[in-house]
Ligand binder design. Sequence first.
Ligand code: DON
Length: 305
Amino acid sequence: MQNILNDIILSNKKCTANGKVASYIPELKNANIDDLGICVIDKDNNIYCAGDYKKKFTIQSISKPIILAMALMDNEWHHVFSKVGMEPSGDPFNSIMKLETNDTKKPCNPMINAGAIVTTALIKGKNLQEKEERMLSFFRKLAKNNSLEINKSIYESEKLTGDRNRAMGYLLKNDGFIEGDVEETLDLYFKQCSIEVDVVDLARIGLLFSNYGIDIETGERVISENISRMVKTFMVTCGMYDASGEFALRVGIPAKSGVGGGIMASVPRKMGIGVFGPALDEKGNSIGGLNILEDLSNKLELNIF
Ligand code: DON
């Protein structure tokens, strides 16, 4: 396995030159475009890492499946899906269009920004501070890493420039899809996106979903089987935004990307995978990350279809 990962990193290093580091959140511009790293944790808890696996980056949209799991644990699922849909949008992650043109005006799914703002509003807590503490401790539990923290400068940069998300938040409130204070919901949304991780954290989280919510080391049930299955299903249908269909055809693994350059992948009953490469394609997915996962899927026959 180690040799396979070393080879895959080497052979994909060149393709990072074809992408661009996200710049719409000013702080993200500081990433190194050439970085490429991977971590695989298999069902026997063997950990394999290669490339720039020690680099830290913000989780960004990879927080969306985790927040969905939390919203489903905090609420009846009928309530959650009365506020957010179950269908791929076919639009970019930050699109606002279908909030007006859909019959229901409901966000299409929880993997796009509008849907994630709704699931964030469903997180329970008596005030913002308690919600933030619950959220961070849930991420730490899933990653089995108590040192996870919010990157303050990225959070501030997101908050300062997040007017598109802000517009969606107010529209969603107006249409009855979020209750309570919009600014508070957005604050929690910007904070979840700004949690700093590495590929080992992502592989750990992917492994938990791949094992249907049971911690492989301790046997503890962290997330129900049903919620783990729902999250992986959304990762297949919507995890790579408007590139989800092509990714399912080429790679065939439940996965979720973020504009920080990370991708978290979860191969049912087999392994969790974390990859990182901040050079993004035009849809906001890591170019190196996509290629690495395609090669790995072919080499190890990981395609679930
Ligand atoms: O809301 C945003 O725009 C970012 N904080 C997260 C977007 C993201 O990661 C989309 N990913 N490909």
